[in-house]
Design a protein around this ligand. Structure first.
Ligand SMILES: Cc1cc2nc3c(=O)[nH]c(=O)nc-3n(C[C@H](O)[C@H](O)[C@H](O)COP(=O)(O)OP(=O)(O)OC[C@H]3O[C@@H](n4cnc5c(N)ncnc54)[C@H](O)[C@@H]3O)c2cc1C
Length: 263
């Protein structure tokens, strides 16, 4: 699996909703070439330079770097890759103007650089099924939007999404038969009822090919995963969960590893 890393430049920025910032990066011909096989909805690592540092220094094994130059690394989603317009889009759910990634998106200006790395993989976003339950908080809206766009007309999806306010609800596009339930929670660090809503959901046909996808804060993901895997004894290929952040802990701090509750 080839590793891709490159410095991208902000082309434009817009507020999709009050708490959601879309940043569109311009791509050179060379960047279009290396991203040609990357699937929308796949994840990336962003490298945020320290304040006042113009260059992005990617880590290199065996090469030590002055700590003042070290970029902060966070995980995001390749929301759109448009090889015709030569644009890469990342949507940031903002939560604080002091957290590195959230703050970077809030203050980003046209022309700002950002290091972005990803793996050149064709791994599907989700397993094939007839009926999906997709559960996510604001951070998972980019990936769930990509999943919905990829579903065919003959499948059904129940989607439970949590956003800070009613004004943060968005239009989702899909050919599938989709029902979306929006939950509002301005302070997800203090808890969420996303998991209890997910656990209360009843699949119409328990013997059909059903699939649960959950990406959100750690505690939500843990509860959903334990319910389906341990209480209902679902097989690993029927569920995908991923902890996207953990309340009170910055990404990468205290050895926190995202994906710790993966398949
Ligand atoms: C595979 C993957 C894909 C992801 N894709 C996206 C994406 O496309 N868009 C997106 O917005 N996020 C996405 N995330 C989540 C994002 O990586 C985290 O929210 C990350 O912690 C943000 O970094 P930060 O520097 O802003 O905050 P950090 O420095 O990591 O955290 C600082 C503090 O803020 C808290 N915090 C972090 N995120 C949130 C939040 N959303 N709400 C409230 N408090 C929070 C932490 O608990 C901590 O206390 C993804 C995560 C993963 C694992």
């Amino acid at each position: 699996m080839k590793k891709i890393r490159s410095v991208f430049t902000v082309k434009r920025k817009e507020f999709l909703t009050p708490n959601f910032i879309r940043v569109v990066f311009e791509m050179t011909n060379e960047q279009c070439k290396i991203l040609a096989n990357i699937r929308e909805g796949s994840n990336n690592k962003i490298f945020i330079p320290p304040k006042g540092v113009e260059l992005i220094y990617f880590p290199n094994k065996g090469v030590s770097l002055n700590s003042e130059l070290v970029a902060t690394v966070r995980t995001y989603t390749n929301r759109k890759i448009d090889l015709v317009k030569k644009e890469l889009t990342i949507d940031f759910a903002t939560h604080a103007n002091v957290s590195p990634a959230s703050a970077w998106a809030m203050y980003a200006k046209i022309g700002d650089p950002l290091g972005i790395a990803m793996k050149d993989t064709k791994r599907p976003l989700i397993n094939k099924a007839n009926h999906y339950l997709l559960v996510g908080d604001a951070t998972a809206i980019p990936v769930i939007a990509c999943i919905l766009e990829s579903l065919s007309a003959d499948v059904c999806a129940k989607v439970i999404l949590e956003v800070p306010t009613k004004d943060d609800e968005m239009i989702m596009c899909s050919m599938a038969n989709v029902e979306i339930e929006w939950l509002h929670n301005y302070n997800p660090k203090k808890g969420s009822c996303l998991a209890s809503k997910a656990l209360a959901y009843q699949f119409e046909n328990k013997n059909a090919c059903n699939f649960v996808y959950c990406a959100a804060e750690y505690s939500t993901v843990k509860e959903v995963r334990e319910y389906y895997r341990k209480t209902l004894n679902w097989a690993t290929e029927m569920i995908y969960t991923c902890s996207y952040w953990k309340a009170g802990i910055a990404e990468g701090a205290n050895g926190q590893v995202n994906h710790s509750l993966g398949r």
